[in-house]
Design a protein around this ligand. Structure first.
Ligand code: ZN
Length: 260
């Protein structure tokens, strides 16, 4: 079989698996958002965390929770430009394809490592953000939760660390920083979704390990079929039913052609 016909036969097989599934979930990562122009936060050397670190070599990691508590101004100065990029980014065909798969009943839940809100903006309904979200921010003193967008918009104007209206405490966006626990409620919801799934469609993540990717392990251990769409190899390639090493913005929309 030629490479091209093998590629389409893999997409057709993935669509067949989704059609026959009873409860399919999707697990997505930075690979989806990079195609919307958002850099991978965690890419060594190029990601957000790395850039914040480099700007303050003498200081402990400004993008860690300890660094944030010590110097929130350094955090906002480093994080602000990326947030501006995220707010100006648009969902891409991969996000829209997943929203359509959910609307058509082929997948039930999207579990994502992305905090950029692009799944929600593409129209997905059931989204669990296991690395936190840019939707909201929390006061680190009184724990009041507020929408994050207006706080950042104000920061873009005056360059001042956003503060709580009630107690003047520093507002921290609900994205998970280095050294911080993953959000408990989201992780519990994700586990619950995964414990019953019979298929997991994994897209745009190399599954580097850690608490979030344990969800993939749970799915696999209970017998769910794994469909992997990612440009680079992952730890789960040998366990997956189907591995498609191609671009998510090509593959996910193509799945729809086989799922009328
Ligand atoms: Zn407060």
């Amino acid at each position: 079989m030629s490479e091209i016909s093998e590629y389409f036969s893999q997409i057709r097989s993935a669509a067949d698996i989704l059609r026959q599934s009873h409860l399919a979930v999707t697990f997505t990562g930075a690979g989806l958002s990079t195609r919307s122009g958002i850099p991978d936060f965690r890419s060594p050397g190029t990601g957000l965390w790395a850039r914040i670190d480099l700007s303050r070599r003498d200081e402990p990691n400004a993008a860690s929770i300890q660094g944030f508590a010590r110097n929130p101004q350094a955090f906002y100065n480093g994080f602000g430009p990326l947030v501006e990029k995220i707010f100006n980014a648009e969902p891409n065909p991969a996000h829209f394809a997943l929203a359509k798969l959910e609307a058509d009943g082929y997948i039930k839940t999207i579990i994502t490592q992305n905090a950029d809100l692009l799944h929600l903006r593409a129209g997905s309904q059931r989204v669990i953000e296991v690395h936190g979200t840019l939707l909201e921010a929390t006061c680190i003193r009184c724990y009041k939760v507020k929408p994050a967008r207006p706080l950042f918009l104000q920061f873009f104007i005056d360059g001042q660390v956003p503060r709580c209206r009630e107690c003047n405490g520093v507002m921290k966006p609900n994205v998970i920083l280095t050294g911080e626990q993953l959000p408990k409620i989201a992780i519990i919801a994700a586990r619950k979704a995964v414990q019953k799934c019979d298929v997991m469609l994994i897209a745009g993540t190399s599954l580097p390990g850690g608490p979030a990717t344990e969800l993939v392990e749970i799915a696999y251990d209970q017998g769910a079929k794994l469909i992997l769409v990612n440009l680079t190899p992952t730890l789960f390639d040998s366990k997956a039913e189907i591995v498609i090493k191609a671009d998510v913005v090509k593959v996910l929309p193509a799945l729809l052609n086989y799922l009328p």
